[in-house]
Design a protein around this ligand. Structure first.
Ligand code: OYP
Ligand code: FE2
Length: 572
């Protein structure tokens, strides 16, 4: 079989010498071409083991294989992870089955009744239960919740926001905030026209809301207006919901937004931009860099278990008759459309927080703790990468003249990401700075990017009305809304239980985990790279402590980019 680190041999005198496993050499570090053939052979062999697959047209590429058994041995869960994963999933499903039988008699008639399927998992989940109706908590989630990737500062009033006569007050307020630079928007147009699921003969519903928000001087982001659907040609302009509306109408509008955010978060931010992009980087690396290559050694700890968890997701979560088809409003095909649409937003800039936050106007929003922490973590990873690259590439020319590195970059952009050069990804690397930026993006995507989209699930989705996986009634067309209308719109008991089970399973603390930068394997035997890794670990430890201290002083802690909580690779 294949091995992460086969032995590189060479002949000296009449003996054969095996290169120590921790040796890192680029092609130009070997002017006598002692290892040229072995490098080529290793890469050729790996290309036959690590083949690109195809899951759906128009998506970025996965590893070949339709079940975990098809994967290369090196990519399989080891026993501890395998046991923990299977055991906790089995327990979740068993509880689901037992409760499903015992609680057949209970029914959900009031919003309170959702407490019957709630476990107060975390202090933050308990807060959500208490304060979920507050506008402040609704706005807060766009900055620091499960999906901080959507909100942006408005540059103009969105074209879809048609203000009918009689709305002059709102118009004035919006323009005032816009002038002051404190107007923000969360636009779910990605969901517009997505075909909703039909679950056991029952039609489900999807909307594509727009939320306008204002940033207060105290850092609070507050909703000003919600439009649940974009305007349609020939139809009257869609209803606008306001904080001053009857409480149930305003609440239902916010619930619709939360359900839309659940879809966009899970599919675009979590699955596509976290899991699937990490898999592209990992497959491309296995296919194009020999184990002797310093960049292979630098990146390999950030690929652990990614192929297996993603293969599982494709075969049970987003597959035909999978969890999405069973209980999520975008399941049964809509979810694949969303993923395909979201591919066109995979820009290089959006994967690099300094650029992404600048583009979204969030750089100076200090109450966006996600943004602050993402910038800081990006900086730490960037210094780590710069340290390593500086050891192995002494000039820009050393980068341009590394044929393996160039092939690797092209494999990611052109093949794995299916033509991402059109979205600003590099086809070749022309300088050390460009290489460092690209590597920082790779490591951040496999760690911080995924963590920030994964770790919020338990906190924000345990209370079903704050992130319903499906909606069973169409969006309201009048402001005459009762509590019964709201409850009838939310997931039914079975769907709510299923959401609870999977959110618990995915969001639970991972007993088998390696935190960012904490891998025990020594991939480099030289003192140089070891010192750079140690410096990285020290900076991470400092950030970890400072976040701990900051969070202790905050009303709501932000923990999803705390280095000790960020996994070293996408594993769940
Ligand atoms: C893979 O029933 C993953 O066997 C979780 O996916 C669970 C399984 C397999 C096993 C399922 C089974 C991990 C990685 C991922 C991702 C991103 C999307 C997450 C969406 C979660 C949706 C929760 C559904 C609530 C109803
Ligand atoms: Fe995940």
């Amino acid at each position: 079989g294949e091995a992460f680190f086969p032995c590189y041999r060479w002949v000296q005198g009449d003996g054969i010498i095996c290169l120590p496993e921790g040796t890192a050499l680029t092609v130009s570090d070997d002017p006598q071409n002692l290892f040229k053939t072995q490098r080529e052979q290793e890469v050729e062999a790996r290309k036959t083991v690590y083949r690109w697959g195809s899951w759906k047209d128009g998506l970025i590429l996965p590893i070949a294989g339709s079940s975990r058994q098809d994967l290369p041995r090196d990519q399989r869960f080891l026993e501890d992870k395998d046991l923990d994963f299977n055991f906790s999933l089995a327990k979740g499903l068993k509880d689901l089955a037992i409760k499903g039988t015992l609680e057949l008699a209970i029914c959900v008639k009031r919003l309170e009744d959702f407490k019957k399927v709630l476990v107060k998992e975390t202090p933050l989940a308990a807060r959500v239960l208490d304060c979920w109706k507050d506008d402040a908590l609704f706005g807060y989630q766009f900055l620091n919740g499960a999906n901080p990737m959507l909100v942006r500062r408005s540059k103009s009033l969105p074209a879809r926001l048609l203000l009918s006569p009689g709305m002059e007050d709102l118009q004035t307020q919006l323009e005032k905030e816009l002038q002051a630079g404190t107007l923000f928007e969360a636009d779910f147009s990605l969901l517009d026209g997505i075909k909703p699921n039909v679950i056991i003969f029952q039609q489900q519903y999807v909307a594509a809301p727009l939320v306008m928000l204002r940033l207060q001087p105290d850092g609070k982001l507050l909703p000003m207006v919600i439009q649940l659907q974009p305007p349609r040609h020939g139809s009257p302009p869609p209803l606008l919901f306001l904080p001053s509306d009857p409480p149930m109408a305003w609440l239902l509008a916010k619930i619709w937004v939360r359900s839309s955010d659940f879809q966009v978060h899970q599919l675009q931010s979590h699955l596509l931009r976290g899991h699937l992009v990490a898999e592209v980087i990992s497959v491309a690396t296995m296919r194009s860099l020999p184990s002797l290559h310093p960049i292979y050694k630098l990146l390999i700890p950030h690929f652990n278990y990614t192929m297996e968890i993603n293969t599982l997701a494709r075969s049970t979560l987003v597959s035909e008759y999978g969890i999405f088809d069973l209980v999520v409003s975008t399941g049964s095909g809509g979810h694949v459309d969303i993923l395909q649409r979201a591919v066109s937003y995979l820009t290089y800039r959006s994967f690099c927080p300094p650029d992404d936050l600048a583009d979204r106007g969030l750089l100076d929003v200090t109450s966006c703790l996600y943004g602050q922490d993402a910038l800081r973590l990006w900086g730490i990873i960037s210094r780590y990468v710069n340290g390593m690259v500086g050891l192995f590439y002494k000039s820009d020319e050393a980068v341009t003249c590394d044929p393996e590195l160039q092939v690797w970059c092209r494999e990611i952009t052109e093949i794995g990401l299916q033509g991402a050069q059109d979205r600003g990804f590099p086809l070749c690397l022309e300088s050390r700075a460009q290489l460092c930026h690209f590597l920082t993006m790779c490591i951040f995507t496999c760690t911080g990017q995924h963590a920030s989209a994964h770790l919020g699930q338990l906190d924000w989705y345990s209370w079903i009305p704050n992130g319903p996986c499906t909606m069973r009634k169409p969006p309201p067309t009048s402001k005459d809304v009762t509590e019964k209308d709201v409850v009838d719109s939310l997931p039914n008991l079975q769907q709510a239980r299923m959401q609870k089970t999977f959110v618990q399973f995915l969001g639970r603390h991972q007993p088998v985990m390696v935190a960012l930068g904490q891998h025990k394997e020594k991939y480099f035997s030289d003192p140089g790279p070891q010192a750079v890794l140690k410096q990285f670990q020290e900076e991470l430890a400092t950030m970890d402590k400072e976040i701990e201290i900051r969070n202790a002083q905050l009303d709501l802690p932000y923990e999803y980019l705390q280095p000790s909580k960020v996994e070293n690779s996408v594993t769940i």
